[in-house]
Design a protein around this ligand. Structure first.
Ligand SMILES: *[C@@H]1O[C@H](CO)[C@@H](O)[C@H](O)[C@H]1NC(C)=O
Ligand SMILES: *[C@@H]1O[C@H](CO)[C@@H](O)[C@H](O)[C@H]1NC(C)=O
Ligand SMILES: *[C@@H]1O[C@H](CO)[C@@H](O)[C@H](O)[C@H]1NC(C)=O
Ligand SMILES: *[C@@H]1O[C@H](CO)[C@@H](O)[C@H](O)[C@H]1NC(C)=O
Ligand SMILES: *[C@@H]1O[C@H](CO)[C@@H](O)[C@H](O)[C@H]1NC(C)=O
Ligand SMILES: *[C@@H]1O[C@H](CO)[C@@H](O)[C@H](O)[C@H]1NC(C)=O
Ligand SMILES: *[C@@H]1O[C@H](CO)[C@@H](O)[C@H](O)[C@H]1NC(C)=O
Length: 522
């Protein structure tokens, strides 16, 4: 362990109640009926046990002092509940970051309680600056010291995350190959501290030209990765560690070319192929987008395209959504940090697993933008609660399920996914399955269980928007932390066998079918 003491004096943060509700649950009187159709004779896909993973944007390092936010007990409590998982440290800023040992900034002093409050306030101001930088497309260089690395590592290690560090790929030599010297200095430092971690190189290299006037094609980037893999191979600690890339943006024509060229050159250097996905532009997005089956379905098209490219160039290579959220450009204000964001997030988790994506890295756990899971007070937002329920209840084995209307076609506004129940979930019975369902419309919905599953009792976890933006209700009760070191119990409601499942409008739910006795989930 590094010489960093981990417990920042208990920070007392107040719950903020901003604005009014999202108006999400005003429904008409009638509901629709959906017939659940399943085939549980085989497992469709098995994803990583770290499937739901999270990111911290490298912009948190814009000033080293902000890394102290990671010492908060409250944040560590929240983080621990999301493990096992990867913690990716990366993003646009990573390609403007230089490791500078022995340069401790004078602000890098451990804050006391008051200083921690001030820090959060300053972070809010910093976010505005970062946003501006992004809009102007001009990024300032950041130097970071061993101390920043220590704070990051101790956060990951104490929470139980597997840290992935994104290296700067915009350090280039005269002949435009990657200049690895700074990375080697950093690797040597991390190795000297026995920091167990894995690596990435470059963030969205397809837009290097726009961001920094540097053009790197797939072949050259591949060469850079082969070079990094060689460096890692020669390290005692990192010779078998993970290397992930190339972290390209979602497919558009020239981006696909970069990915293809990269894989043809360097597929053997990477353990998983990473790409990024956002549904919509944060500055234009509307509430309707978050609830639109058409928008949600665009993910299927993108995933299918990437999987085709990867399968052609490197069959069998694992594919990750290496950075993903609802809306790019920092998220959509008033949407990405509210209950409605959960429709995009939960549907993405369902679709990605069903299509065979191995890991999904959520942008961001904490940091700039509005797509964070934890607000500026370090209080959990609706997507956080959704994520821990997913972690606890949903296992890595994906099963085949559809919600059909009366006429036998899949319902557009009801989306269902079925997995084996997480075998590590408390009191789980062998053969249990977890259904999760999203009702995008305002009307309440009734799900009729198929005869294969209707003899099982059901534990229901229904999530709805709280009356106040930023709050969420589980089975009618608002969720909040008990204190900085304790999460509330997350109880389901037990329903007897043979009932239909009633889902309110604009809500989503997890249903654990405890006595389903599905052999492939044994
Ligand atoms: C990381 O955490 C584990 C378990 O808490 C501990 O045993 C290990 O020494 C830590 N590793 C480092 C390098 O700090
Ligand atoms: C919830 O989803 C269904 C299923 O498509 C949709 O038709 C309905 O409008 C919503 N409410 C229901 C089913 O009552
Ligand atoms: C369920 O899936 C299995 C395996 O793919 C298939 O053989 C079987 O026909 C399917 N059953 C139904 C009812 O579709
Ligand atoms: C580019 O430069 C680096 C170091 O400056 C060197 O190691 C590498 O071989 C060069 N690559 C080519 C293709 O000339
Ligand atoms: C790292 O681990 C090795 C072997 O386990 C040990 O000898 C060494 O003292 C450790 N170094 C540090 C800085 O903890
Ligand atoms: C937090 O709450 C738990 C459960 O009520 C309690 O056991 C613990 O002592 C509390 N911790 C603090 C620091 O208040
Ligand atoms: C289960 O479904 C079958 C077929 O629809 C039905 O006949 C049976 O009554 C249902 N069982 C229960 C307990 O509802």
């Amino acid at each position: 362990m590094a010489g960093v003491s981990v417990a920042l004096a208990a920070l007392v943060f107040s719950l903020s109640c901003l604005g009014s509700g999202t108006g999400a649950t005003v429904g008409g009187p009638d509901g629709d009926t959906i017939f659940l159709s399943v085939n549980v004779s085989r497992v469709l896909k098995v994803v990583s046990e770290r499937f739901l993973s999270v990111a911290i944007d490298a912009s948190l390092l814009a000033e080293e002092k902000f890394m102290y936010l990671l010492s908060s007990q409250k944040l560590r409590t929240l983080a621990k509940a999301l493990t096992p998982g990867f913690l990716r440290f990366g993003g646009t800023k990573q390609d403007f970051m230089v490791f500078s040992p022995h340069t401790r900034s004078n602000a890098a002093l451990r804050p006391d309680g008051n200083a921690a409050q001030r820090l959060k306030k300053e972070w809010a101001e910093q976010e505005v600056l970062l946003q501006k930088e992004e809009i102007q497309g001009h990024y300032s260089k950041v130097r970071f010291s061993e101390h920043a690395v220590d704070l990051l590592y101790s956060f990951a290690n104490c929470s139980g995350f597997d840290l992935i560090f994104g290296l700067n790929a915009l350090l280039r030599t005269k002949n435009n190959s990657w200049d690895s010297r700074n990375a080697e200095t950093l690797l040597n430092y991390c190795e000297s501290q026995n920091y167990s971690m894995s690596w990435e190189l470059g963030n969205e290299p397809n837009s290097f030209e726009k961001k920094a006037d540097v053009r790197v094609d797939g072949y050259q980037l591949g060469q850079d990765f082969l070079h990094l893999r060689n460096i890692l191979k020669n390290s005692k600690l990192y010779h078998t560690t993970g290397l992930y890339g190339p972290d390209v943006s979602q497919p558009k024509n020239h981006r696909k070319d970069l990915l293809q060229g990269f894989l043809e050159t360097a597929a053997k250097a990477i353990d998983a192929c990473t790409w990024h996905h956002y549904y919509v532009n944060g500055r234009e997005a509307s509430m309707e987008d978050f609830l639109s089956p058409k928008v949600l379905d665009t993910l299927t098209t993108k995933i299918t395209k990437v999987l085709q490219t990867v399968t052609l160039a490197s069959p069998g290579k694992k594919v990750w959504l290496g950075e993903t959220s609802s809306a790019y450009g920092g998220g959509a204000t008033g949407l990405s940090d509210t209950f409605v964001a959960g429709f995009m997030w939960l549907d993405k988790l369902g679709l990605a697993a069903k299509l065979g994506i191995d890991v999904v890295v959520r942008q961001v756990l904490i940091g700039s933008g509005t797509y964070h899971m934890v607000d500026a007070n370090l209080d959990p937002l609706p997507d956080y609660w959704l994520s821990i329920l997913y972690k606890r209840l949903v296992g890595p084995e994906v099963l085949d399920a559809d919600g059909l209307t009366n006429s036998g076609v899949p319902g557009r506004k009801l989306r269902v996914y079925l997995h084996c129940t997480n075998k590590k979930s408390p009191n789980v019975r062998k053969g249990a399955v977890t259904l999760f369902a999203l009702n995008l419309s305002k009307k309440k919905m009734e799900i009729i269980m198929p005869s294969r599953l209707n003899r099982s009792s059901v534990e229901a976890f229904v999530l709805e928007a709280g009356k106040t933006t930023g709050l969420v209700q589980l089975n009618g009760a608002v969720l909040k932390m008990v204190n900085d070191s304790t999460l509330p119990p997350l109880h389901g409601i037990t329903l007897p066998p043979g009932q239909s499942l009633k889902l309110p409008g604009r809500a989503f739910a997890f249903y654990v079918l405890r006595d389903a006795s599905v052999p492939v989930c044994w």
